[in-house]
Design a protein around this ligand. Structure first.
Ligand code: PMM
Length: 267
C-alpha cells in the first residue's frame, strides 16, 4: 500500500490583517477534507520552500502550525510537520506530530538530528543543497541519481550518529530542490539509487514546475494534478512508500486503479 500524504499549508496571507484564527480554521477544514478523501498522513507546513521563497521567522512559523497540529492530532489524524527548524519540529511533536519532514535533510539547522532523535518521531530526510532563494545555482550534477543517493548517504551517517534509529528514517530525493526539470525527470527514472539505501522512500512531485516540460508552460492546476497522479503511480511501481500530494482524491483514485491492475488494493 502506498501512503498518501496530504499537504496542508498554513498560508501567510490571512495573518497580515489579524486573521490568524481564520487561517487556522481554514487549514483545519482543509485537513479534514484531505482525511475524508483518504489521506493517511497530513503534512502541515508554515513556511514555503518553493524556489525563490524567503525564510519565515521561526516564531511566526510556530504560531501558524502549532494550533493546527494540536487540533488535527486531537481529532485522531496522523500528523507530519514540514519544517527545516529543530525547535519547530520539537514543538510540533509535543503538539502531537508523529513525523518530522525536513526537506533540508538536516543541513538548514545543526540541531535538527538531535531534536529528531530526542522526539521519538519518524524523520523524513530530504535531499537539499541550499536555501530556496538560490537553489538553481546549486543544480549541478553529472549523474544525478547516484549523486543524490551519495549525498543522502552522507546525511544518513549524521542522522544515525545523532541517535535516530534507522527504521525511523524515511528518505526523499527532493524533487525540485536544487534540480532543474531535466534533473528531476532523470532522478525519478533513476529512483533505484535512492531505494537501494534501504529506507522507506517518500516522493513529492505535486504540482511542481517541472511538469511544464511535459505539459507546456500554461498547464493548469488540474493538469498538474493529473500529472502528479501519473507520477504517484509510477513512484509506487518503483517502490516508493509514500507520495506527498495536494489533491488527495485524484491520487487516491490513481493508486487504486493501478493497484486493481496488479490484482491488489491500496487500502
Ligand atoms: N516539497 C515541498 C515541500 N515539502 N517535503 C517533502 N518531503 N518532499 C518534497 O518534495 C517537498 C516537501 C515543496 O512543495 P510545495 O510548496 O508545493 O508544498
Amino acid at each position: 500500500m502506498t501512503q498518501l500524504w496530504g499537504i496542508v499549508n498554513v498560508t501567510p496571507d490571512s495573518f497580515s490583517d489579524g486573521g490568524r484564527y481564520a487561517s487556522v480554521d481554514a487549514a483545519m477544514a482543509h485537513g479534514y477534507e484531505l482525511l475524508a478523501a483518504g489521506a493517511h498522513v497530513l503534512d502541515i507546513g508554515g513556511e514555503s520552500t518553493r524556489p525563490g521563497s524567503q525564510r519565515v521567522p521561526v516564531e511566526v512559523e510556530q504560531q501558524r502550525v502549532i494550533p493546527v497540529i494540536e487540533a488535527l492530532a486531537e481529532a485522531g489524524a496522523v500528523i507530519s510537520i514540514d519544517t527545516m527548524n529543530a525547535s519547530t519540529a520539537a514543538a510540533a511533536v509535543r503538539a502531537g506530530a508523529r513525523y518530522i519532514n525536513d526537506v533540508a535533510g538536516g543541513l538548514a539547522d545543526p540541531d535538527m538530528y538531535a531534536a529528531a532523535a530526542e522526539s521519538g518521531a519518524d524523520y523524513v530526510l530530504g535531499h537539499w543543497r541550499g536555501p530556496s532563494s538560490d537553489m538553481y545555482a546549486l543544480a549541478n550534477y553529472t549523474n544525478v541519481g547516484a549523486e543524490v543517493a551519495a549525498e543522502i548517504t552522507e546525511r544518513l551517517a549524521g542522522a544515525l550518529a545523532a541517535g535516530i534509529a534507522p527504521e525511523r528514517i524515511v528518505v526523499d530525493p527532493g524533487v525540485g530542490f536544487a534540480k532543474t526539470a531535466e534533473h528531476n525527470w532523470t532522478l525519478l527514472r533513476e529512483l533505484d539509487h535512492v531505494s537501494a539505501l534501504g529506507h522507506r522512500v517518500l516522493i513529492g512531485t505535486s504540482r511542481k514546475r517541472f511538469f511544464t516540460t511535459a505539459l507546456g508552460d500554461d498547464a493548469t492546476e488540474e493538469q498538474r494534478d493529473v500529472a502528479t497522479a501519473v507520477t504517484s503511480v509510477l513512484a509506487a511501481q518503483a517502490g516508493a512508500w509514500a507520495v506527498r500530494v495536494h489533491n488527495v482524491a485524484v491520487n487516491r483514485d490513481a493508486l487504486a486503479v493501478a493497484a486493481a491492475w496488479q490484482g491488489v488494493t491500496n487500502d
